[in-house]
Design a protein around this ligand. Structure first.
Ligand SMILES: COc1ccc([C@H]2[C@H](O)[C@H](O)[C@H](C)N2C)cc1
Length: 449
């Protein structure tokens, strides 16, 4: 391995209480909110077909006009307690809020920038009341922060001249000041969700990103920061030049999920997902495939079954309300979580052979393995192949009328669980109590002989 000064400083996952808590909170809510919600993907009668929060980069959008949108930011229907209640009802255990997206507009009254809510008709801090409302509901808050800042004159994508280097030096001080300010103003936040770290200026300064992460950890011990913040001294991101994960979890799964355990190499990881194909900020016209609640639930289940967190994104409107489709998803997912959250909270990779009917999720540290059935086989038989030295002690379902009879032993450590032929319109959960092989066979085998 290469001697790296600014590569991974830890091999393996964090085992402290903060990370253990993060790892148990499998469902999160992402919120993208800012000036981009005002145009909502449209401008002067034209529709922008990119991601709504990137409309400033659209050739049809005069940048000066976009930058002046702060004069219209006045979310009169913003009710953070209602936001927190609906997130709690959905079953979200943590929330990630955009404090500042790439456009540089700050949702908190930063003393290091003029481009903040303080200059808008709203005037007041948006972030503080949100953090308080979510924390009151027992939901942890993480702060999304974009390093890229299109509003800051000292931002540089690349350093070509000594003047660039001097400007970028000032920019790095600005970044450190804003992050310090955010931790001082909102001390209950559990971590940062960094974005906008792909440009050469950042990639070629691994030392700064490493020092910044260590500085933030000293300021706020236990802080959780994903792999997107840092570059190593050779410009490698997420994984250093020795292929070791930097940061506390793999933060690269965006609008896509790993397929199998091997894809995540035993690392903690988090997937973030949009409901439409690719819109993070509010877009008036959703086009393309809009994910149903069952699709999102299956992604959540798949993520937990592969030992990762799943975060669903919402883009509130400029007035502070949520669009109908998003409210619907939060309610439907919440209804499912009310019945089945025991399979999700504290869930992790069970290490069982994957079956077509769906996913296994182990309650971390226990012999309880949940089967979440997403694809009911026409045979009505759910095949379960237990790992070696594992026996089946008990089988129950979280809802009534799912299983018929007792499991049928069909081979060494292999069973069919027979389904009651009731039609299912959502994933359903069966709980397997397993135990390590012991002298006498499992209760079902005894019943059989
Ligand atoms: C260059 O392609 C990009 C860059 C950044 C993004 C941003 C989105 O605006 C959103 O904030 C997402 C989490 N992030 C990766 C998306 C696509």
């Amino acid at each position: 391995t290469l001697p790296l000064e600014h590569g991974a400083h830890r091999i393996g996952n964090r085992t402290d209480a903060d990370m253990t808590r993060w790892r148990s909170q499998r469902l999160g809510q992402f919120i993208h909110w800012g000036l981009y919600a005002i145009p909502g993907g449209e401008w002067k009668g034209k529709t922008y077909n990119g991601a709504a929060e990137w409309i400033r980069s659209w050739k049809e959008m005069p940048q000066q006009e976009y930058d002046n949108l702060y004069k219209q930011f006045n979310p009169v229907n913003y009710r953070p307690e209602e936001w927190a209640q609906q997130a709690s009802d959905m079953g979200a255990k943590y929330m990630i809020i955009t404090t500042k997206h790439h456009d540089g507009f700050c949702l908190w009254p930063s003393k290091y920038s003029k481009y903040t809510v303080a200059a808008s008709p709203w005037k007041k801090d948006i972030i503080g009341p949100m953090v308080d409302a979510y924390n009151k509901k027992g939901i942890d808050v993480y702060l999304y922060f974009s390093i890229i800042d299109w509003n800051q004159p000292d931002w540089r994508a690349a350093l070509k001249t000594p003047a660039d280097a001097a400007a970028y030096q000032r920019f790095k001080v600005f970044v450190k000041n804003q992050l310090t300010e955010l931790l001082q103003r909102y001390p209950t936040v559990k971590g940062f969700w960094f974005d906008g770290t792909w440009d050469d200026s950042w990639k070629n300064d691994g030392a700064f990103s490493d020092e910044l992460e260590q500085y933030l950890q000293r300021l706020h011990p236990g802080l959780i920061i994903g792999s997107r913040l840092r570059a190593d001294e050779k410009g490698a991101r997420h994984f250093d030049s020795n292929s070791r994960l930097m940061g506390d979890y793999e933060q690269g799964w965006e609008r896509k999920l790993p397929e199998k355990s091997a894809d995540v190499h035993g690392n903690d990881w988090e997937g973030v997902m949009t409901i439409p194909e690719n819109q993070w900020g509010y877009n008036a016209k959703w086009t393309g495939h809009i994910k149903s609640s069952n699709e999102l639930i299956e992604m959540l289940v798949k993520s937990a079954s592969l030992g990762g967190n799943f975060v669903i994104n919402f883009g509130p409107k400029s007035d502070g309300t949520f669009r109908t489709e998003e409210v619907q998803r939060m309610q439907e997912i919440g209804h499912w979580m009310k019945i089945n959250s025991s399979a999700i909270d504290g869930g992790t990779d069970a290490g069982f052979a994957k079956q077509d009917w769906g996913y296994y999720i182990r309650k971390s540290g226990t012999d309880s393995v949940y089967m979440v059935v997403c694809n009911v086989p026409v045979s009505g038989n759910l095949r379960v192949k237990l790992p070696a030295q594992t026996t089946l002690a008990n089988v129950t379902s979280l809802e009534k009328n799912i299983i018929s009879g007792t499991p049928e032993l069909i081979g060494k450590n292999e069973y069919f669980i027979h389904l009651d032929h009731k039609s299912q319109d959502a994933p359903f959960v069966i709980l397997l109590q397993t135990s390590k092989e012991n002298r006498d066979n499992s209760s079902f085998e005894k019943a059989k002989t």
